[in-house]
Design a protein around this ligand. Structure first.
Ligand SMILES: Cc1ncc(COP(=O)(O)O)c(C=O)c1O
Length: 434
């Protein structure tokens, strides 16, 4: 199988896609569609690849990519750390009994309640992102271990990166004009806090690893000034996440272990060159940990051919379970999970079922020319930023997540029901529904 499918994917004798030893046609029959199928072996293999270079606790799984109790339990048991950025993600981590000393708490606008929750849980690190937040920790007389998030003026997404002279980001402190230096000074002096180091996340879906080189050089320059002007030495350097993955056959996923080894050697080189102690390197891969491990199965419901224009193949999900194509023009590919051997045919468009013309999952994809209503369409590499961004547009219940491993399929997030959707509604007079 091509690398966009999970590692355990294979095709059965009757042409069905099998993942984790489970026939996806049977999964669709048993759990309904749409359904996200998550391959435990792939998830574990990616996490272990990152942890083969850095010790596991220095690899933070970025929970925003896919945050649910069972996934966090796996991450926990592999000894990885966890990046959360809201009270809700922290609550999920606590429900998964995630060791709190291995949790890093992020966010550009943490509320008092979230900061209090993080302090009460004694999370391992709080990454401060604004002067307001530092002031609040100071007023709370907080005892916490901190990192300062900086924006190194390098922005990287997909295959390109740009050097931005004057950083324009809602996250972190700019290195320009002494702003980040002042943040280091104030974070170091806040409450009973200990400042351990610096955090810099430069983007997502990064294939061009040299973007990290430039960010590291700038952070090293900054820390040389912090040493000279404030006598501050960073023990920790967290370079965030952003490692890209292939979503289509024409992309190549950079090797996780090689990417991280490269970062570590550049940190060694740049810090040594400035006479700085080499810090412990931390990373936060979200997409590259979980993205390739899942596929989404949809049932084809209607096929509409507009002569000389295009053919729409509509499926029973869409922008509520995967908003990435509508939000970022993200590209995916698709196959028929019930007929994997069928020859690919003309270009068609895979549309969702939402009342929105932009609800297109794949603009152009080759699917068999005898594709029919009832076929099972599979989109691979849907593990990251799909379920975690899922919504109920058009009051569509969110799909389940089914984990597959060694021939067993386990529902780790159940499908939402109409009752779930109505649970929060109140009548006009404020009373609860029966
Ligand atoms: C601070 C931080 N760390 C880690 C990540 C994870 O990024 P990715 O899933 O691209 O690895 C993000 C994503 O936005 C982030 O903002």
């Amino acid at each position: 199988m091509k690398e966009v499918f999970p590692d355990t994917a294979r095709v059965s004798d009757d042409g069905h896609l099998v993942i984790g030893g489970c026939d996806t046609v049977e999964i669709a029959d048993r759990f309904g569609t749409p359904v996200m199928v998550l391959d435990r072996a792939t998830l574990e293999a990616r996490a272990k690849a990152f942890a083969s270079v850095l010790e596991p606790a220095r690899v933070h799984y970025a929970g925003k990519a896919l945050c649910c109790v069972a996934v966090l339990e796996i991450v926990r048991d592999l000894g990885l750390s966890l990046d959360v950025c809201t009270g809700g993600e922290l609550a999920t981590a606590l429900a998964a009994s995630f060791p709190t000393e291995r949790i890093t708490f992020h966010g550009n606008n943490k509320s008092d309640a979230e900061l209090r929750m993080a302090l009460d849980a004694a999370v391992g690190r709080i990454v401060v992102d604004s002067f307001d937040e530092i002031d609040r920790l100071d007023r709370m007389d907080a005892t916490a271990d901190l990192m300062v998030r900086v924006t190194p003026g390098v922005e990287a997404h997909t295959h390109e990166y740009v050097q931005t002279g004057q950083e324009d980001s809602k996250f972190g402190f700019t290195l320009a004009e002494g702003v980040a230096l002042e943040a280091v000074r104030r974070a170091r002096d806040a409450g009973n806090c200990t400042l351990h180091g610096i955090h810099a996340h430069i983007g997502s879906q990064i294939f061009e690893l040299s973007a990290f080189d430039l960010a590291i050089e700038r952070v090293a320059d900054f820390l040389a000034s912090a040493r000279d002007e404030l006598g501050f030495e960073a023990r920790d350097l967290n370079l965030g996440g952003g490692f890209g993955i292939a979503h289509t056959r024409d992309e190549m996923t950079p090797d996780p272990a090689e990417s991280v080894s490269r970062l570590v050697s550049i940190v060694e080189r740049e810090f040594s060159a400035r006479g700085l102690p080499v810090p412990d390197v931390y990373i936060e891969p979200g997409r590259a940990t979980v993205g390739a491990s899942a596929v989404t199965l949809y049932r084809v419901g209607t096929i509409k051919e507009i002569p000389n224009v295009r053919t729409y193949v509509s499926v029973d999900g869409g922008m509520s379970d995967n908003i990435r194509p509508a939000l970022y023009e993200a590209r995916y590919e698709a196959r028929l999970a019930n007929r994997m051997a069928a020859a690919s045919g003309p270009l068609v468009t895979v549309a969702g079922k939402h009342c929105e013309s932009g609800d297109i999952l794949i603009r152009d994809v080759h699917l068999p020319d005898d594709i029919a209503v009832g076929d099972l369409l599979v989109i691979p590499a849907t593990g990251a930023y799909t379920y975690s961004m899922a919504n109920n547009y058009n009051r569509i219940p969110r799909p389940p997540i089914v984990m597959v491993a060694d021939g067993r399929a386990t529902e780790i997030v159940r499908r939402e029901t109409y009752d779930d959707l109505l649970r929060l509604d109140r009548r006009l007079d404020g009373s609860e529904l029966p």
